[in-house]
Write a protein that binds this ligand. Structure first.
Ligand SMILES: [Zn+2]
Length: 69
């Protein structure tokens, strides 16, 4: 099963290659992870980069954790 983020306002979604638990973790701690990401330019997992990019792009929107149909 593939999980991802879905923006209810833009009807856009992203499906990073990771588990539901990891996506939940990133969403709950977005600000902390973003802070850390600023200091580690290299070595971040792709799904973290993808996830942060999406959350950044849809900042202030209604983003939910979604399951790919
Ligand atoms: Zn959006």
């Amino acid at each position: 099963m593939r999980y991802g983020y879905h923006c209810e306002e833009c009807e856009e979604a992203v499906w990073p290659a990771t588990s539901r638990g990891e996506l939940q973790w990133l969403k709950n701690r977005e600000h902390v992870v973003r802070e850390v990401a600023r200091h580690v330019q290299a070595g971040l997992d792709t799904w973290i980069t993808e996830g942060l990019e999406f959350l950044d792009h849809h900042n202030g929107h209604s983003v939910i954790l979604s399951k790919r149909p």
